[in-house]
Design a protein around this ligand. Structure first.
Ligand code: DLL
Length: 436
């Protein structure tokens, strides 16, 4: 089937294809992956019990720890001779999560990345500057194969050496940028320092951004500073890498659900939630052979929407990932997502989106501090103006978070820049309780 048509199938055809593929993958994991056979047996489910898409809820969940427990290749469903690529995602603690692809999986991955690039009609004649990290991280090679797949010229620049990247982008006439949103901002900032105008001195028309959450304000910022269309990409290594969902010309994130069957569940109870309700995203891979996963809990918090999109695509939409259930901060009992803080920052005039959230413990109380860089134009030495800005931001944060946050305004370009995923949170609370 031509991949260009797959985004536009009738709903009943998509669901029929999903059911056929779900039955196949369940059959495969039951017979090929001892972990799943044991899980299925414990729950008393056999592959032939899966008769409709609703039966999905009878199947067990898979979590990141299961992959760690079977490190490195224990959950692969094919012998190693069939694996042609291995990636891994770094864990904050312990061993990384390892993922393996067969030649067939590589074709699926390229296909979904081609569908991603087709959201902005990227093709022959385009020069794709790929500033995602090449290596074990899936960003670099994922975008690389997709760009080649649609016939564009790809510049595999990877991360770092920002000034050189800018030189290559100009000299090679890059029309499309692929990077994390925070790095796209950093590129623009360094371009300005070099006396360049990102909107005029470059030929960029679109960018494919993802791998980390970005608030609406930050997305608008990237789009404005470069004068380009912001295409969002969502994905995770365990499911394939980038290429699980991508945003269309109406800025709606579509899931390539003929390959990845999505659900949203209540993260506390595990119960599936109805369409339109916010919860934890869960995916079942429908076509992957190397590492098929059943009901993989992503920890990402988002919402699914079924209503047809103005772009004509019939595949499901998901709302932006508003955070992860496990990077959600609990500050004095209040749940805070870093994205909420970021949203407030981008709404206040005079600030840049470069910030860090610092958590400390004073006695028994949690203290949340937001360090944020002030815009060059505001940083004039007028103490009164800075005091007012600080007060205004503290007020806005209190309204949005239902929590008092202290603000520390810092000089422009003093916070550390990231080349890959931005590190936005420094939690010193545990450290203090350990050292006390
Ligand atoms: O970050 C894959 C990727 C690369 C996606 C490049 C998009 C672009 P991991 O390193 O396994 O894979 O991290 C996956 O990153 O569970 C989310 O928490 C987060 N994430 C990825 N894309 C987005 C996005 C890649 N568009 C984890 N918005 C996921 C918010 C995102 N969070």
């Amino acid at each position: 089937m031509d991949w260009r048509k797959k985004d536009y199938l009738a709903r009943e055809d998509i669901e029929a294809l999903q059911l056929k593929r779900l039955k196949e993958v369940v059959e495969r994991v039951y017979h090929l992956v001892p972990f799943y056979r044991q899980k299925f047996d414990e729950l008393g489910v056999k592959p032939h019990d899966i008769k409709s898409l609703d039966d999905l809820r009878r199947l067990p969940f898979t979590v990141k720890q299961d992959l760690r427990d079977h490190y490195p290749f224990g959950m692969f469903a094919v012998p190693m001779e069939q694996i042609v690529r291995i990636h891994s995602s770094s864990g904050t603690t312990g061993k990384p999560t390892v993922v393996g692809y067969t030649a067939h999986d590589m074709r699926v991955w390229t296909e979904v990345m081609c569908r991603t690039f087709s959201m902005a009609k990227v093709g022959p004649g385009d020069v794709v500057h790929n500033a995602y990290g090449y290596g074990l991280f899936t960003g670099g090679l994922g975008f690389h194969y997709g760009a080649e797949g649609v016939g564009a010229a790809v510049v595999p620049s990877s991360v770092g050496f920002t000034k050189r990247q800018l030189m290559l982008m100009r000299d090679f006439g890059a029309t499309v940028l692929c990077s994390t949103p925070s790095y796209a901002l950093h590129l623009a900032e360094v371009a300005s320092e070099e006396g360049l105008n990102p909107r005029e001195d470059f030929r960029l028309r679109a960018g494919f951004f993802g791998a980390e959450p970005a608030s609406k304000g930050l997305r608008e910022n990237v789009s404005k500073v470069w004068g380009i269309r912001y295409c969002e990409c969502y994905g995770l290594s365990e499911i394939i890498g980038p290429g699980v969902a991508a945003s269309c010309e109406h800025d709606e994130l579509h899931i390539f659900e003929d390959h990845f069957l999505p659900e949203v569940i209540d993260p506390e109870t595990g119960e599936p939630l109805p369409e339109g309700e916010e919860g934890e995203l869960v995916f079942t891979t429908l076509t992957k052979q190397g590492l098929p996963l059943i009901r993989y809990r992503t920890r990402d918090i988002a919402t699914l929407y079924k209503a047809p999109c103005k772009c004509g695509r019939t595949i499901l939409r998901m709302g932006r990932v508003i955070g992860r259930s496990d990077d959600m901060l609990i500050v004095s009992g209040v749940n805070v997502f870093p994205s909420q803080v970021e949203h407030v920052l981008t709404q206040v005039e005079g600030l840049t989106p470069n910030y860090v959230i610092v958590l400390d413990k004073r006695g028994v109380l949690d203290v949340l501090e937001v360090w944020v860089e002030v815009d060059e134009r505001v940083f004039t030495g007028d103490i009164g103006a800075l005091e007012n800005l600080k007060r205004k931001l503290e007020e806005e944060l209190a309204n949005a978070l239902f929590l008092r946050a202290r603000v520390k305004l810092v000089e422009p370009k003093t916070l550390e820049r990231s080349m890959g995923k931005a590190k936005r949170v420094v939690d010193r609370r545990e450290l203090e309780s350990i050292t006390k």
